[in-house]
Design a protein around this ligand. Sequence first.
Ligand code: MGP
Length: 210
Amino acid sequence: MTEEKSEVFNPKQEINVEDLSPDGELDIKHPLENKWALWFFKNDRSKKWEDNLRLVTKFDTVEDFWAIYNHIQLSSKLQAGCDYSIFKDGIQPMWEDKANKNGGRWLFQLQKNQRYQELDRMWLETILCMIGESFEAESDFVNGAVVQIRPKGDKIAVWTSDCSNRDVILKIGNKYKERLQLPQRITLGYQSHQDSQTRTGSTARNQYSL
Ligand code: MGP
């Protein structure tokens, strides 16, 4: 592998024609900095919350990510009560995981009528920020992200590992807000998972707001 190929690949970068074989297949796959797992949650109230969570697949190259992304339903097409989560391999998308236990999330909620205009773009941008390591030095504190389809307004959140590190949290939040191009009327709020567990999620206190 050349030095250039081992650099973190920008998933939006155009494909280099030199990487194509004569029949147009990509000869090499571009490695991501981390391996990621895609999870799916479907709300079945007769089961415990964690029993509704399913590991779908894992990926660690740009090409495998796009193959999966293009194969699965868009978030906007999922039923109410469903979630997609993408987390670093080895971290389960739940408060109880040791990597999440002391963490929190940058969360925003879309208005009901934004499902078809904004949700898919914002969820894709969220994924690309993570797998493209756009949070730079703070990327190590990013555990994963969740999109939640809800009748009261869909939600997207980036989960981070340490809710006490103000500097890191704010750097991640500011970068995230800039990349999303969030409309002014939508607040990006940071809540500790501890707080989300003790109050109902929607009323959890924002430790920081942007
Ligand atoms: P939710 O699915 O995150 O949000 O949490 P929803 O459905 O919009 O509801 P609201 O409370 O935010 O208005 C719903 C419920 O799912 C929580 O109250 C918990 O009972 C359960 N739940 C959610 N999460 C993320 C977890 C988790 O990580 N672990 C466990 N054990 N339960 C969870």
